[in-house]
Design a binder for this molecule. Structure first.
Ligand code: BG6
Length: 470
């Protein structure tokens, strides 16, 4: 994580001139390295993760000179003395403690840095997901971290919120008058949000088996996307205005009764198959996965938002590993015209459909009905597309670059507030319980497909179809 994401992001912002002169980057872990050994490690492990277009030897060497290393062990208080001593040389400058560790160390580390006096009024802490395994464990972490850092100094990262494309979604909804009149139950038929990945568990078998797709992707990334799509326009872009609006959505999510978990959710697990033409093993054959594991690598849910804007509009959420494509998109299907005077060229009328693609590229597509050329008055769906990549000439910041700079500048809008996080856990918990109480195994699906057939059946029951099947 530090090597793949954080340090490359810090290097890029250093190269972009965003890190103030005299900024220090102090790496800390259990291994005993000298500063120079750590720099050599960065050369070996971090440099390969920097895009060659962003690499500049002079900037890199300058960056390395700002990097230091101190050994510490979350379970050994004395090991934090050296960190405190080094930090004291920076006086009252802003300090960011980025805990790129397992959440099981969050509270210990916060206590240790507080005990050695390293937490100053200008200190902030950054916590990575998953924050806890359920509501209770997330509260326990938040209580302890909150006794050391006030809420406005806690930055809970969801890297999806740092993506340019996700911010564009905010711009699309709140920078244009065009969509708002259509953005409700009056005109929206259903909404689909998909995050599909081609990768498997990527060597994180043990972590993943303990976590599963619901905690890894739905509780955070998918619910955050859902919030941005469904929230009321906030009164400003300030952190609390945006977070209040998202919280209203989370609170309006219809709770799952444990008895309807099976009707409204599908969990799947990948089997061997081929992705992008390459054979891949099944989940149960991946290193670190116990035989017979019931951990889900795919989730599809039907979600209802019980408020005036969205009553009766189904939201379908879906995520999976080892899927056919790497794709993150939001599909808004609009209602049919109230009185039809034309004929479809083939089959049934297609919905007007707005597709907001977030990954692998940023694009907007609007499906409209247009006349089929030739005789007669028949219509067929046509797609109008707009690719943002082509229109944006400037270099795009990686999500971590943006989020790290937001932490340094004290901007909280893109970070989750405690009440948001807890509302998300409260909603997710009955699904976890419903699955845990069931003896049914997750539905198998072949790697390289769009998930188990039950996922198509889930949405088909409402006379809807996933975008790629429609
Ligand atoms: C992480 C999950 O939060 O997001 C990973 O832990 C997942 O399992 C990743 O692969 C996906 O992020 P992105 O930015 O590659 O879509």
């Amino acid at each position: 994580m530090a090597a793949r994401k954080l340090l490359p992001a810090l290097y890029c912002r250093h190269r972009g001139g965003d890190l103030a002169t005299g900024s220090r980057i102090i790496g800390s872990a259990r291994q005993p390295f000298t500063d120079d050994q750590y720099r050599a490690l960065l050369e070996e492990r971090v440099r390969p993760h920097i895009d060659p277009d962003d690499f500049n030897v002079e900037a890199w060497n300058q960056f390395l000179r700002q990097v230091e290393y101190v050994r510490s062990d979350a379970r050994d208080g004395a090991s934090f003395d050296e960190l405190a001593a080094r930090l004291s040389a920076s006086g009252d400058r802003t300090r960011v403690f980025f805990l790129a560790t397992s959440p099981s160390f969050f509270t210990d580390i916060c206590r240790q840095v507080a005990t050695v006096g390293a937490v100053t009024p200008a200190s902030r802490v950054v916590l990575e997901k998953p924050l806890g395994r359920d509501l209770g464990s997330s509260r326990a972490i938040n209580d302890i971290v909150g006794s050391i850092f006030s809420e406005d100094r806690i930055y809970r990262i969801d890297h999806y919120l740092g993506k340019e494309s996700v911010q564009n979604l905010l711009a699309l909804r709140f920078g244009n008058a065009l969509f708002e009149p259509l953005w409700s139950r009056s005109w929206v038929h259903d909404v689909q949000i998909t995050i599909a990945e081609q990768v498997g568990v990527e060597g994180r078998g043990e972590f993943y088996d303990h976590t599963g797709a619901l905690r890894d992707m739905v509780q955070n990334h998918l619910l955050q996307l859902l919030c941005i799509v469904a929230m009321e326009p906030p009164s400003s872009i300030d952190a609390d205005a945006v977070r209040d609006a998202k919280l209203q959505v989370l609170r309006a999510l219809r709770p799952f009764a444990e008895s309807d978990v099976h009707a409204r959710s599908v969990r799947g697990q990948y089997r061997a198959g081929a992705v992008g033409g390459q054979p891949v093993p099944g989940y149960l054959e991946e290193p670190g996965i116990p035989a017979g594991s019931h951990t889900e690598t795919f989730v599809a849910l039907r979600v209802d938002i019980d408020n005036w804007r969205w009553a009766g509009v189904p939201f379908y959420l879906r995520t999976g590993k080892r899927m056919q494509e790497r794709l993150a998109e939001i599909v808004v299907n609009f209602r049919h015209v109230p009185h039809q005077i034309l004929e479809p060229a083939r089959g049934a009328f297609a919905h007007n459909r707005l597709v907001i693609r977030l990954q692998p590229d940023d694009a907007l597509m609007l499906q409209v009905q247009a006349k089929t050329p030739g005789d007669g008055m028949r219509v067929q769906p046509m797609s109008l597309s707009l690719s943002f990549e082509d229109s944006a000439a400037t270099r795009r910041l990686d999500a971590y670059e943006r989020l790290l700079m937001d932490v340094i500048r004290g901007r909280l809008t893109l970070f989750m507030r405690r009440d948001e996080l807890e509302a998300a856990w409260r909603w997710v918990e009955p699904i976890l319980h419903g699955w845990a109480d069931s003896s049914d195994a997750p539905k198998p699906y072949i790697s390289g497909t769009w998930g188990p057939a039950a996922s198509s059946a889930l949405i088909g029951r409402d006379n809807c179809a996933w975008h790629e099947e429609a």
